[in-house]
Design a protein around this ligand. Structure first.
Ligand code: BTX
Length: 325
C-alpha cells in the first residue's frame, strides 16, 4: 500500500483527498493516516490540508523498498526488492538469498555496506546514505561460459542511465568500470555459482558513487561521484529503477540469443580503452597492446603494438589505460 500511495502522490500535481486514497486502495482512513506518518518519518515532506487532502511537496533522497518499487518500470527484474539499512556486502546477502529462495530477478539494496567487495578480493568504499549499493539475483538458463557477458550489459545499463538522469556522458573501462572525468564513478562485480553445464545463480553487484561529496585520500585521485562532477543531487531510487529497466531490456534479448551482437556498437562507442595503448595483466603476465573493442562474446579485442594484423582477445584480466587513474 505504501508503494501505491507514494506513486499516487508523486504522479499528482494537486491534492489527493484521503477519501480518494481510501477508495482507490480499499483501506480505511486510519490506515492512510498511519502510512502518511511513516512516510514523513522516512523523509517525505507531505502537506495535509483539511478538505483538500495530501500533497507531496518534496521527497528527499529516500531509498526504501516502497520508494524503489514505486519507481520500478520492469516486467520481472526488480519486482521484488529487499532493502537493508546496513549489510556487510549486498553481493553476500544476495548470494545467500539466491541459495535459499526462488529469487530470480530479486534486487537487494542497502543504505550502507561494512565490507563492500571489489574484484579479486579488493574493497569497495561504501559511504552511508549517499551512494548506491545494489545486487541483482538472476537464474538464467544459459551456458555458464556466457554469464560473464552480463557484466557488460550491467555496465551499459549504468552508463545509459547516467546519461539519461544527469545528462553526462560516461565511458566504460572494460569490462566493468564506469568512468566520468577520467575517474571511476561505478564498479560492477559479477559472481556466480555454477555446475559444469548449469548456472545456479548469478549475482550482479553494482556500486555507484552518487551524492558523495568527498573520498578518502587513497581514492581521491581515482574516484568521483555524480555529485562531484555535476553539483546535482540525484534521487538514488530513480537511478536504481532506471538501471534495472535498462538492464532488463537488454537481458531479455540476451537470453534469447546469448551474444552481445546487438549491444556491441553502443558499448564500443563508450569504451575508453578503444584505440588506446593498454597494459594487460593476464594470468600473471603483463604486456602492452592496442585495444580495439569488444567482440560479440564481450572479450576485449587487442592487437600488437607493432603488428596491427595480429589480433587477439582478452577473456578476463586487468586492463589499465594510460591517463585513467
Ligand atoms: P574493482 O576491483 O574493479 O575496483 C575496486 C578498486 O576500486 C579498489 O581497489 C579501489 O582502488 C577502487 N575503489 C574502491 N572503492 C571505490 C569507490 N567507491 N569508487 C571508486 N573507486 C573505488 C569494482 O571492483 C566492483 C565494485 C562493485 C561494488 C558493488 S557495491 C554493491 C555490490 N556489493 C559488493 O560488495 N560489491 C558490489
Amino acid at each position: 500500500m505504501k508503494t501505491e500511495i507514494i506513486k499516487i502522490l508523486r504522479n499528482s500535481d494537486t491534492y489527493v483527498s484521503g477519501q480518494q486514497l481510501c477508495n482507490n486502495l480499499g483501506v480505511s482512513r486510519t490506515a492512510i493516516w498511519k502510512v502518511m506518518n511513516q512516510l514523513k518519518e522516512e523523509g517525505y515532506e507531505i502537506e495535509a490540508v483539511s478538505n483538500k487532502g495530501y500533497r507531496l511537496i518534496h521527497s528527499s533522497d529516500v531509498i526504501s523498498e516502497s520508494e524503489i518499487l514505486s519507481r520500478m518500470q520492469t516486467n520481472y527484474i526488480g519486482k521484488k526488492v529487499r532493502f537493508y539499512d546496513e549489510v556487510d556486502s549486498t553481493n553476500l546477502v544476495a548470494k545467500k538469498i539466491a541459495e535459499e529462495e526462488e529469487s530470480d530477478g530479486l534486487l537487494v539494496v542497502s543504505e550502507s555496506q561494512t565490507k563492500g567487495k571489489g574484484r579479486r578480493g579488493r574493497e569497495w568504499s561504501s559511504d552511508k546514505g549517499c551512494d548506491i549499493f545494489m545486487s541483482l539475483i538472476l537464474k538464467p538458463k544459459i551456458n555458464p561460459m556466457n554469464a560473464s557477458m552480463l557484466t557488460i550489459l550491467a555496465a551499459l545499463a549504468v552508463s545509459k542511465s547516467i546519461a539519461k538522469i544527469v545528462e553526462k556522458d560516461t565511458y566504460i573501462k572494460w569490462p566493468n568500470d564506469i568512468i566520468l572525468n577520467n575517474k571511476k564513478v561505478c564498479g560492477v562485480l559479477t559472481e556466480m555459482s555454477t555446475e559444469i553445464d548449469y548456472i545456479n545463480h548469478v549475482v550482479i553487484g553494482i556500486g555507484i558513487n552518487v551524492n558523495r561529496t568527498s573520498f578518502p585520500n587513497e581514492l581521491a585521485s581515482m574516484a568521483t561521484s555524480l555529485y562531484v562532477e555535476t553539483e546535482q543531487k540525484v534521487q538514488r531510487a530513480e537511478l536504481i529503477a532506471s538501471v534495472v529497466k535498462e538492464f532488463e531490456e537488454m537481458y531479455l534479448v540476451f537470453l534469447e540469443i546469448q551474444t552481445l551482437q546487438p549491444f556491441m556498437k553502443e558499448y564500443n562507442d563508450t569504451l575508453i580503452n578503444a584505440k588506446r595503448q593498454v597494459k594487460i595483466i593476464e594470468y600473471g603476465k603483463e604486456y602492452e597492446a592496442i585495444a580495439i573493442g569488444i567482440n560479440e562474446k564481450g572479450e576485449l579485442m587487442i592487437h600488437d603494438i607493432d603488428h596491427p594484423d595480429h589480433v587477439r582477445t582478452v577473456l578476463a584480466g586487468e586492463v589499465s589505460v594510460r591517463g585513467i587513474y
